[in-house]
Ligand binder design. Structure first.
Ligand code: ATP
Ligand code: MG
Length: 494
């Protein structure tokens, strides 16, 4: 082979043990695909794939524990000695050559080959078609993958038109790698996608979803969506988003619905928010397209109920791409509730509580983060303004357990048991009197002390007990006020 470069790549010992086991038996063994690409770029590989001229029957006996995947001839070598997931399951696949793709999805049959060249030629992009022999320290680059890594370019192995018609998912993968690696697709790739985008319709929802999610979850989702739009792919995946192009919003917004969305999403990526926040950001305003109406009195447009229409769009999109139910439900809930951030002068604590119940307390800060992205997508400066801090403060106030007799390690029932009192105001007085003591000295909040003290309090005359109870109530209010003041100070709001 001519395109062989001497180079030393850092390969974990656990992986070298596998390639050495194969080589010791006289087989060829190469690292291939994403791990070679990422090592050259200086990214940490997600997993390590090995390709070999050994057949599955020859691979299996070389390792203590393996799992055989019949469909692709892949043998997964299980390394139980490591805790690192990337090294635990290592896929060893015989050199393969792929015959025809009459359905544009799957090769008609998978054939093993004894030549590395065959295996590399079936791979999608030049940067993914590099193989590395760790023993010899040799990199095999038959398609200019190293040059493309240097130039930060995504180019196909062979003619783009041919490769994209064979397997249409590769079009979306081209964009995915461009955003994940911050590379550019070359002109041939872009032109070919523009010609062939409709073929993506033949690809299963699950495969589209997995690549689309990687675009959304990449460092550059904004570029990814722009590319997907320009090449015509987005039209087959999320046409609802494209309908927002050129649809002005005015008012608080400087951008149209489309640009607002992609900028908001980019902010979610820049902030490193989790996937569900990104998906909710992507979908949150799509209901605006259908709800836009001319507004009255200086308001150019209104979008009343867009979160309800948007909820339908989100349900539909998540189902279309067969997202798991749990993720879909969460994203839909966030879209439905993203409008609770109304005017901070009008919003009440009970309204905030209702939203917390609707999205779940575990998701309320994610909803807040969606709101932050939403705001940046309007073209606002990065600093948090008063109104955002006010929402945050209200969320924290609503989430905290209020100061109350519920904090005591004893309840009315236990008090009645130890004091033999019957239900009535006296039990409440005892609880409030106990609360006063516990607020002054949290150490006494033990079942043992409180039971003993309840018996003593029950013996006081009504007036004395009532006085203690009233002191408890005002102490409670004082503590409550102090706690809320602390929260408001933290967020610098009134
Ligand atoms: P990642 O690090 O994101 O997993 P990767 O390069 O490993 O990136 P995979 O989807 O795991 O990507 O695929 C592994 C390798 O298999 C690719 O590098 C590529 O060589 C090859 N490959 C995967 N899917 C295709 C495809 N549809 N057509 C051709 N080759 C493919
Ligand atoms: Mg991979």
């Amino acid at each position: 082979m001519t395109d062989t470069i001497k180079i030393k790549l850092n390969v974990p010992r656990e992986i070298l043990e596998i390639t050495e086991a194969l080589q010791n038996k006289g087989f060829l063994a190469y690292l291939v695909g994403g791990c070679v690409r990422d090592s050259l770029i200086g990214r940490e590989p997600k997993d390590w794939d090995i390709t070999t001229n050994a057949t599955p029957e020859q691979i299996i006996p070389l390792f203590a524990k393996t799992v055989y995947e019949n469909k692709f001839g892949t043998v997964t070598v299980i390394n139980e000695k490591t805790e690192d997931n990337k090294l635990k399951n290592v896929e060893v696949t015989p050199f393969r050559t792929e015959a025809n793709y009459s359905d544009r999805r799957h090769p008609d049959e998978i054939k093993f080959s004894d030549k590395l060249e065959d295996d590399l030629s079936r791979r999608d992009f030049t940067i993914n078609a590099l193989a590395y022999n760790p023993e010899a320290g040799e990199l095999i680059d038959l398609y200019g993958g190293i040059r493309d890594i240097k130039d930060k370019v995504i180019g196909t192995v062979g003619e783009a038109d041919k490769r994209f018609t064979e397997d249409a998912l590769r079009m979306l993968r081209a964009i995915r790698f461009a955003c994940e690696l911050r590379f550019m697709c070359n002109k041939e790739v872009l032109d070919s996608i523009s010609r062939n985008n409709a073929l993506i319709k033949e690809i299963s929802a699950e495969r589209i979803r997995d690549e689309f999610v990687k675009i959304i979850d990449s460092p550059e989702p904004m570029n990814g969506l722009i590319l997907a739009h320009q090449t015509g792919l987005l039209n087959h995946i999320l046409p609802e988003l494209e309908k927002g192009i050129g649809m002005e919003q005015k008012g608080e917004h400087v951008y149209d619905i489309w640009e607002h969305t992609v900028r908001a999403l980019q902010h979610a990526a820049d902030r490193g928010y989790p996937l569900h926040v990104k998906l909710a950001t992507l979908l949150h305003d799509l209901g605006k397209v259908k709800t836009r109406r001319p507004g009255l009195k200086g308001k150019e447009f209104t979008f009343y109920g867009h979160e309800v229409v948007g909820e339908r769009i989100a349900i539909d999109f998540m189902a279309r791409l067969k997202f798991p139910n749990k993720l879909a439900d969460l994203v839909v809930k966030m879209v439905r509730n993203h409008m609770f951030f109304a005017d901070p002068d009008k919003i009440t604590l009970s309204a905030v509580r209702r939203v917390i119940v609707n999205v779940g307390p575990e998701n309320i800060w994610d909803l807040m983060n969606l709101r932050i992205c939403d705001r940046i997508g309007m073209g606002r400066p990065k600093e948090e303004p008063y109104r955002l801090r006010k929402y945050e403060s209200m969320i924290e106030e609503a989430l905290r357990a209020p100061t109350s007799v519920g904090m005591l390690k004893i309840d009315g029932k236990q008090i009645m048991t130890v004091t033999h009192e019957t239900p009535g105001p006296k039990v409440g007085h005892i609880l409030n009197a106990l609360l006063e003591e516990a607020l002054n000295n949290p150490d006494i909040n033990t079942v043992e002390y409180l039971e003993k003290r309840a018996i003593e309090l029950a013996k006081l005359d009504e007036k004395a007990l009532k006085e203690l109870a009233d002191k408890g109530k005002s102490k409670k209010e004082e503590v409550e006020k102090g706690e809320i003041k602390k929260i408001r100070t933290k967020y610098r709001v009134k």
